[in-house]
Design a protein around this ligand. Structure first.
Ligand code: SME
Length: 160
């Protein structure tokens, strides 16, 4: 198992291109979901210094807080509520440039300014979401959406 990440590119797209293969080799060979999702959250946090990175897992028709990096967060989110619950309900990646303008946004921290949420799908059902928060407005774009969606598509096949 790789014990360090090497990400030398300066631009965001290059960082994702370097990081994703390393995440895949970190996760391959380990079957424990908590261990793997924990390392994915840590790898994203280390590389991009996001304010908050973590997973919410579908359990009994709710999202329940899973492995994450960042400040403490709300533990349960109902379907359709907040950005996470909406991404789950719609089975769609949601990019929110300004969380204050998203109806029903759940503010776990007032420092969070923008957000991206990507569903993780297994057998055509959403089983979890990846939630990434920034303390900067408008911090996520199609580059994040493309690479994080690729990551989550892959996680749906290997971790769930
Ligand atoms: N803001 C999210 C809640 C989770 S925290 O950001 C970690 C939402 O509106 O669903």
């Amino acid at each position: 198992m790789a014990e360090t990440l090497v990400v030398q590119q300066a631009d965001k797209n290059g960082k994702y291109e370097e990081l994703l293969p390393q995440i895949k080799s970190l996760v391959e060979g380990e079957t424990n979901r908590v261990a793997n999702l924990s390392n994915v959250a840590a790898a994203l946090k280390m590389t991009f210094d996001f304010f908050w990175v973590g997973f919410y897992l579908v359990e009994s028709e709710q999202l329940v807080l899973g492995p994450f990096q960042g400040p403490i967060a709300c533990t349960r989110i109902a379907k359709g509520k907040g950005v996470c619950g909406k991404a789950w309900e719609m089975n769609e990646t949601l990019v929110v440039p300004n969380v204050d303008e998203f109806p029903g946004h759940i503010a776990c921290s007032s420092d969070s300014k923008s957000e991206i949420v990507i569903p993780i799908v297994k057998n055509n059902s959403v089983v979890a979401v990846l939630d990434v928060d920034s303390n900067q407005l408008n911090d996520f774009d199609h580059i994040d959406a493309t690479h994080l969606t690729e990551l989550c598509t892959w996680l749906g096949t290997v971790c769930f």
